[in-house]
Design a protein around this ligand. Structure first.
Ligand code: B12
Length: 207
């Protein structure tokens, strides 16, 4: 699906959506189409870093990715309707960060794997996340963030959960392309996922 990746990198939205329809009609695996989008997005990121693209392109890329993901959703099998919920997962992009594309993909994939997901959205205040953990009692909270500035609010959530006596009742996962072992250690979270599928494997392994 290199043509799909290329169309994404070239910002050809009509072409991206037409190719998505074509591949879905041909019965290609939805996950492979998502991977092609993500490869296109990685290329867009490179061009942005090289000064060839600007923030306007990034915004358009986000819209393309969301429009494409919406087309894919109905073609994925399973989901909460397919059986009893495997458990509750709360997700949010932390305070100060508005990147939501990867988080939304992770939400879709978790829902399709049978989890009940509450998505609090972007730029979510730390106190709101802690209140929701207290009230809704998820088995995992997934904190997304792509900015270096997101690491402090991620740590604040973990510290806040400790102070509220909730830390032992919930696993904390960090999501976002830049997260690594160092960030994991700094924040005190349990695990991180640079891709949404690895997260489902982790969730399935939780009691
Ligand atoms: C698209 C984009 C934007 C869009 C976001 C649109 C949107 N609706 O999300 C817009 C234009 C708004 C944007 C704005 C900014 N951006 Co920006 N952006 C990007 C870009 C190009 C791609 C991000 C992306 O969507 N990737 C595709 C997704 C699918 O990948 P992903 O997020 O990593 O998600 C996967 C995994 O990480 C994981 N995952 C992620 N979240 C979660 C959550 C859970 C629960 C789980 C299980 C898994 C999971 O699963 C996903 C799927 O496999 C990156 C560069 C890059 N290559 O990453 C820069 C980048 C993140 N942005 C950057 C910057 C600097 C900014 C701005 C400050 C720019 C500016 N000067 O205004 C602002 C910040 C605004 C803010 N306050 O947040 C920097 C961050 C640098 C840093 N270290 O802090 C980057 C790295 C670009 C760069 N190299 O400079 N950006």
């Amino acid at each position: 699906m290199q043509d799909l990746t290329n169309a994404m990198a070239e910002m050809m939205e009509d072409e991206v959506l037409a190719l998505t329809d074509k591949y879905l009609a041909e019965g290609k695996p939805p996950q492979a189409i998502l991977d092609a989008f993500q490869a296109g997005m990685a290329e867009i990121g490179k061009r942005y870093e090289a000064g060839e693209y600007f923030v306007a392109e990034l915004i358009m890329a986000g819209e393309m990715m969301n429009a494409g993901s919406e087309k894919i959703k109905p073609h994925l099998k399973g989901g909460p309707q397919a059986g009893p919920s495997k458990g509750r997962v709360l997700v949010a992009t932390v305070q100060g960060d508005i990147h939501d594309i990867g988080k939304n993909i992770a939400v879709t994939i978790m829902e399709l794997a049978g989890y009940e997901v509450k998505n609090l959205g972007e730029d979510v205040p730390t106190a709101t996340i802690i209140e929701e953990v207290k009230a809704w009692k998820p088995k995992m909270v997934g904190l997304s963030g792509l900015l270096t500035l997101a690491y402090d609010p991620m740590k604040a959530v973990v510290d806040g959960l400790k102070e509220a006596g909730l830390r032992d009742s919930v696993k904390v996962l960090l999501g976002g392309g830049q997260i690594d072992d160092y960030v994991l250690k700094f924040t005190g979270a349990d695990v991180y996922a640079n891709d949404a599928m690895a997260n489902v494997t982790y969730l399935n392994g939780l009691k």
